[in-house]
Ligand binder design. Sequence first.
Ligand code: GLV
Ligand code: MN
Ligand code: MN
Length: 411
Amino acid sequence: MKIDQSRLQKEIDSLALITEAEPPVVTRVLFSEADLRGRAFVKNLCREAGLVLREDAVGNIFARWVGLEKNLPPVVTGSHIDAIPNAGKYDGVVGVLGAIEAIRALKKSGFQPKRSIELIVFTAEEPTRFGIGCLGSRLLGGVLSSEKAAQLKDRAGKNLEFWRKRGGCKGKLASVKLPKNFYSAFVELHIEQGPILEREKISIGIVEKIAAPSSLRIYLTGVGGHAGATLMPGRRDAGLAGAEISLAVEHAAKNSGSADTVGTTGIFRIEPGAVNSVPCRAYLEIDLRDTQVKTRDAALKQIEKAARTICKRRGVKLEMERVNVDPPAICDAALVKTISEICRAEKISSKIMISRAYHDSLFMAEVCPTTMIFIPCFKGYSHRPDEFSSPAQIEKGAHILAECLALVASR
Ligand code: GLV
Ligand code: MN
Ligand code: MN
């Protein structure tokens, strides 16, 4: 079985040119023109590979290599092709295009799967459009109800119904949820997005746990006015309340008692946005994660308490919303062992590790036994245009994925 490294790299490079930004920057927000073209590109590769395509009501794409025993739960792999603003070309993409190449390599080798092997291209792993990550897999796993999903709105006030129609999705959102054990296993190939594998010169990471993400939205309303004529003592500056809340996020994450707590105020907008005007409104989105729920939840409460105190003191109206508060996912020990053994047999170095980033795997773990295969990336850079994994590293990842799919599909 041979992975065609140069074909895979060419496909990664071609998909990277389908972007809302100026290449090499990749931005592909859910159901934007670029995302729709990216989906068409991937679907075309799936068709060429002889896979049977279907799409669900939220736009998750399923591409199946039908196995000899059609009634057995399939083995599934996949990731996402949507990309946050100012991203690189590997996050998610390696797990989608790498899986297509793994399937092509298995087909070419003459392998016949007993169980069907399926690829899923998940809708909106990234939270850019609706503020919540893993939209497609949350619905598949039943972690997000169709009623809640239908209420999601983007920055312009356009709801999921609008966008999924635009994306050509058909059917009811309630039909997306999969029954438990619909699949026999899920394995996602992904770049590590952290520095450990590169630093330790290890080719493959095998994920045993995915850290617990959470996020908050904060709307602040103060009183605006003339920057020259409004004296400092009377001000109710929404921007400064937001600035203090951002510092409280940093403080809570740094002092949680766990080195694994990370807090980020990734969105901070002020209005009206004029140099000579006191900010009357501010909008913040806060991302808080940890490998342990206990310290994450304590930090979350501390941030919420700090926001209330700050706003009271500054006379700023506070509206706060928990967008998601998820537990960590524990990966399937038997799958982790299987991949460790494959790596050993292939003489490829591997390490069992934790994923600090979240992934669709977090929610696929609700459907079936799940794990992930990580490959190193340059300095651990991710969510930035200089994200990089070498063709040789990607080849190893796709190779191990192919071996794993073949083994699990034969059981
Ligand atoms: C995924 O993109 C994450 O933010 O972890
Ligand atoms: Mn990402
Ligand atoms: Mn990703």
